[in-house]
Ligand binder design. Structure first.
Ligand code: GRF
Length: 203
């Protein structure tokens, strides 16, 4: 399968996926990187890996629907089978989500369903949780609410700050995201209605 990775920023998760692919740990092929910002550092990572890069700038579109339609057109033109959101900071509408139903993954920096949305590390500290982490999930129209596939857990201590939580959570992201993408691209993982299945077993 051909995998497109969508980014808006640093692209450290993209790098983790590229590294996994280079080590033969990804069943699919990362065939393209798309950013909504032309200054995303992740585009340089894509270039360094010899990958096709594309910019679809949301500011060129009057509303979310038309931006999403342009993204879908680009992804189809690129023969994309699987879409991996890796720090893609745009809210997607059903126009985007439906054509890639069951083939669209996101990673979120919290143990969902806790802390949907932004500033997850700060909120985790404020609520004095003892565990925090990240979640890979299928994308459905409700923000950060699609069926979860795998979570990485980190321990929170009294010394932690937003920065230390972010660093350890990101390290965990880099461990779990390539694994989930490999499951989906090898056909082991599927979305059956609203339930994820791995090797035919409901998760
Ligand atoms: C990650 O923390 C991810 O959970 C969130 O955006 C961040 C992207 O980081 N969705 P990077 O661009 O992959 O370094």
């Amino acid at each position: 399968p051909r995998i497109a990775v969508l980014i808006s920023g640093s692209g450290s998760n993209l790098q983790a996926l590229l590294d996994a692919a280079a080590q033969g740990a990804l069943a699919g092929e990362i065939s393209a990187v798309i950013s909504n910002r032309n200054d995303a550092y992740g585009l340089q990572r894509a270039a360094a890996a010899g990958l096709e890069q594309h910019v679809v700038d949301h500011r060129n579109y009057p509303d979310r629907e038309s931006f999403d339609a342009a993204l879908v057109a680009k992804l189809k033109e690129l023969d994309t089978d699987i879409v991996v959101l890796a720090g893609f900071m745009r809210i997607l509408t059903p126009t985007f989500i439906e054509p890639f139903w069951g083939r669209l993954l996101n990673i979120h920096p919290s143990l969902l369903p806790a802390f949907r949305g932004l500033h997850t590390h700060q909120r985790a500290l404020e609520e004095q949780v003892s565990e925090h982490g990240c979640t890979v999930h299928f994308v459905t129209p409700e923000l950060d609410a699609g069926p979860s596939i795998i979570q990485g857990v980190i321990r929170v201590t009294e010394q932690d700050t937003e920065q230390t939580l972010q660093r350890r959570t990101q390290r965990m992201e880099h461990l779990i995201y390539p694994r989930a993408v490999d499951w989906l691209s090898s056909g082991r993982l599927e979305l059956d209605g609203n339930l994820p299945r791995l090797d035919g077993e409901q998760l």
